[in-house]
Design a protein around this ligand. Structure first.
Ligand code: 8GP
Length: 844
């Protein structure tokens, strides 16, 4: 019988071949094999780390098999593929996710138990690959999970940095300390160097002009003066409950020549390695800025390196299928994740014109139909503009093409008419400020067929403000695709107890790949028994966090009848962690003024903050320092005891988020309205039964719509009113308009309660002067909302009902919904599931 099935599904026959059979005994053998033959270890000399590596190699074997089958099948079916280009991927740990997606948790558990190890401990050995900064990179990772789970033919493309996002610690003064993240010092089994894929990438050089003998037209050819090699490193992405396994291809940079022997023999040892070092530098480090442009030449090189390698790879695959270059837009939909990969537009144009010898109209048409662009931020400091000088030097032909695109685009707007002249200036891809700069977002808009924002409010701001003139010209080009998160990692894997309860209650685990099923939880929201189970799981998760805090920070906090209030995200002025900590100061001061008896009876709260600051972002680092200094004073004040604690958790990461999110009662998303494009952690909290304390910004608004306004602690003004408040601040001085309680808290900072005021001078001056992010204006409503949180928590039935209803309304928050929208409205790709084979496990 088994034999027949194997024949029938010849595609994946090797999966059930003896080596990859997945009963626990086989897994054990495979693990032992890798210990003996892949690692310099033996089964007689087992240790945790070695066992983790060997286990990972066995998972990788299975994924390789599935990935080969997947690629073969996609090729046979000639499917259209989505190619997601992103300069960041914040994947988080891989092993647990892969084991869950392969549905082999039990088998691996048993296999490892036989070797004397627990699965959790093995998972814990893995480094968290931090090849991204924040929201944008994590979103890309969620998308990859969904694309595989829902059988979409897709590739991710990015960079394999030698050093990921820095590791953060806090010194005794409360300052952030950065340490290099040497994540490749040990093997990382899930990344497979593909030696067969190496692509030359050029830089600098000159342009040759010649006459095409056939058409008698002028043609151009770029002759780069320097080359490097892009080396493919593949991470295989398994889907949940499917055999489809996609690929994330990360490029690393190698030199064309390892050593210059001429220089070496002349004794110039440094010079002999110079070219190698320069090449390796390109993919050495991830730039640690979030929502800010790091205008460095090396960053620009990274961007070009990424897109040039990616496009060559896509075109190579197209040609391997014996398809013509004209078919490119039907072969691949290329998504530009923000403007970092925008150089793909002139690069494709160059390839089509100079190498494929297409006409301008043909080449431009293919380019526009191939690309689409997602904007992730409207902060002016994050909108990329690169100097024409720099581009001309590094990529002379590309600069020429950008000018040509601009010229052709602006042709439609006459110079003679005054109004139209003004418009031309605003629309020009090239800005004539002190430096002549290329506006990358403009280029991305003109060169794409679709442009999207990441939440309703954000897309509206793009249409009405940031890209207003373009929206008038191309109204249909702009669409909204609200972000989403993968329920596999962000509920099923990180909160196994809640996952079990939901599956048991719904009598099915379908919600894991169709999250709309959660709506059926609504019927249970008032059920006391269900509420108790729900609350018990939260308590269990809080206890886990409490233990972590004790172990890592040596701080004792309670968890029973204590509200866990959490704000975790990059530290940024617009995200207003400063308002949070000033709120804590104010609350602390109120507590101190209270009658001790009354104070003791106050509802308890622990306020957690975590997040990194860009190493060059001075203000953000001062905010971290203030948080730590306030935390020290409050946590050691005997008057306060366990009524209130402030905890700053260093080194925020995906792994830490997986611990924090399930343990949260209330999470803060308190950006100035109109500044947070979407936010995605807000979605993860709601999914895990955490309530939101938030402003009318980003995806908070859509969460309110879907989970019910009454289930969110919202506060503050709408984005429309922000400008007026800012104007008032400028005219009257922010301090004069500031709430009294906030003044009082600031006063405590100024009088040295939290250390030398010199540390915070800049922060305070901004608040008192212009207060660009209107903390002063929003402070009172913020404190009032926090008060509502604390009051509501005292009514457990109400609280847990809100918590359950929030979760029940979060079906649409799944990245599965998001990707469906991209697939249907932008990429025009369809799921292509591999024919299901009965695995041995299912065969029994
Ligand atoms: C973030 C936005 O700030 C956040 O609101 C949104 O949820 C997320 O993108 C995903 O759409 N933006 C960035 O992370 C960002 O702009 N990063 C670039 C500097 C790398």
């Amino acid at each position: 019988n088994k034999y027949k099935l194997k024949k029938k599904h010849s595609l994946i026959k090797d999966l059930v071949s003896p080596y990859l059979s997945s009963d626990y005994k086989h897994l054990q053998k495979n693990i032992a094999y890798h210990l003996e033959y892949t690692l310099p270890q033996t089964t007689r000399n087992l240790n945790l780390f070695g066992t983790y590596l060997a286990t990972s190699y066995t998972v990788r074997d299975r994924l390789l098999q599935l990935s080969h089958d997947t690629q073969k099948y996609y090729t046979e079916k000639k499917v259209k593929t989505a190619c997601y280009i992103s300069i960041e991927y914040l994947m988080g740990r891989f092993l647990q996710n892969a084991v869950l997606n392969l549905n082999l948790e039990e088998e691996y558990g048993e296999a490892l138990a036989g070797l004397g190890y627990g699965l959790e401990d093995i998972y814990d050995q893995e480094q968290d690959p931090a090849l991204g900064n924040g929201g944008l990179g994590r979103l890309a990772a969620c998308f990859l999970d969904t694309l595989a789970t829902h059988n979409y033919p897709a590739w991710g493309y990015g960079l394999r940095y030698n050093y990921g996002l820095f590791k953060q610690s806090v010194d005794v003064e409360g300052d952030q300390v950065e340490k290099t993240d040497v994540w490749l010092q040990f093997p990382y089994p899930f990344m497979i160097e593909n030696h067969f894929i190496r692509i030359p990438i050029g830089f600098y050089g000159s342009i040759e002009t010649y006459v095409d003998q056939k058409t008698k037209g002028t043609r151009f050819k770029w002759h780069p003066s320097e080359y490097v090699i892009a080396q493919a490193n593949d991470i295989l992405i398994p889907g949940y409950g499917t055999d489809n396994t996609n690929t994330l291809r990360l490029w690393s940079c190698r030199p064309i020549q390892e050593l210059d022997f001429k220089k070496f023999s002349l004794g110039d040892f440094k010079g002999a390695s110079e070219k190698r070092l320069n090449a390796e530098n390109i993919t050495n480090v991830l730039y640690p800025n979030d929502n800010e442009m790091a205008g460095k030449e090396l960053r620009f090189k990274q961007q070009y390196f990424l897109v040039a390698a990616t496009l060559q790879d896509i075109i190579r695959r197209l040609k391997e299928q014996k398809r013509t270059i004209y078919e490119l837009p039907d072969f691949a939909a290329v998504q530009l994740n923000d403007t970092h990969p925008t150089l793909a537009i002139p690069e494709l144009l160059r390839v089509l014109l100079d190498e494929e010898m297409l006409t301008w109209d043909e080449a431009w048409d293919i380019t526009q139909r191939t690309f689409s662009y997602t904007n992730h931020t409207i902060l002016p400091e994050a909108l990329e503009r690169w100097p024409v000088k720099l581009i001309s030097h590094l990529l002379p032909r590309h600069m020429q093409l950008i000018e040509a695109i601009n010229w052709k685009f602006l042709e439609n707007f006459s110079e003679n008419n005054k109004e139209s002249g003004k418009l031309r200036k605003k629309l020009s891809l090239i800005e004539n400020s002190r430096d002549t700069l290329v506006r990358m977002a403009w280029l991305a808009i003109v060169g794409s067929h679709k442009v999207n924002g990441v939440s309703d409010i954000h897309t509206n701001i793009l249409k009405d403000k940031v890209f207003k003139d373009f929206h008038k010209i191309y109204p249909k080009k702009f669409i909204n695709v609200t972000n989403g998160v993968t329920p596999r990692r962000w509920l099923h894997a990180c909160n196994p107890k809640l996952s079990e309860l939901i599956t048991a209650t719904l009598n099915s685990n379908e919600w894991i790949y169709d999250l709309t099923h959660l709506s059926k939880l609504r019927e249970h929201a008032d059920n006391e028994e269900f509420q108790l189970k729900w609350a018990a799981i939260k308590l269990f998760n809080k206890k886990k966090l409490q233990k972590y805090v004790k172990r890592e920070l040596k701080i004792d906090i309670g968890y029973k009848d204590v509200v866990y209030d959490i704000q975790i995200k990059r530290i940024h002025e617009y995200k207003r962690q400063l308002m949070n900590i000033i709120g804590s100061i104010s609350y602390y001061s109120d507590l101190l003024k209270m009658d001790p008896k009354k104070r003791k009876e106050m509802p308890k709260r622990v306020s957690f903050i975590a997040g990194k600051a860009a190493p060059g972002y001075f203000v953000a680092k001062k905010i971290i320092k203030l948080i730590n200094c306030v935390s020290k004073v409050i946590n050691t004040d005997p008057e306060i005891g366990d009524v209130f604690k402030v905890i700053y958790l260093p080194n925020y990461s995906v792994t830490l988020a997986e611990l924090l999110i399930p343990a949260t009662d209330v999470s803060e998303h308190i950006s100035t309205p109109g500044t947070e494009a979407s936010g995605t952690s807000n979605m993860k909290f709601v999914l895990n039964g955490g309530l939101i304390l938030g402003t009318l910004d980003g995806a908070n608004l859509e969460i309110m719509k879907n989970s019910g306004e009454e289930n969110v602690f919202a506060f503050g003004i709408t984005k429309e009113k922000v400008d007026q408040v800012k104007q008032n601040n400028i005219e009257k001085g922010a301090y004069n308009l500031m709430d009294e309680k906030m003044k009082n808290a600031i006063n405590l900072i100024e009088n040295g309660t939290f250390g030398n005021i010199e540390n915070y001078q800049g922060l305070i001056e901004e608040l008192k002067g212009v207060d660009r992010y209107i903390l002063g204006h929003d402070f009172a409503p913020y404190m009032e909302a926090m008060d509502r949180v604390m009051q509501t928590y005292q009514k457990p039935q109400k609280w847990w009902k809100m918590s359950i209803l929030g979760c029940a309304g979060s079906g649409w928050l799944s990245s599965d919904r998001t990707i469906k929208e991209y697939a249907e409205n932008i990429w025009e790709i369809k799921p292509c599931p591999l024919p299901k084979i009965e695995s041995e496990k299912q065969l029994g």
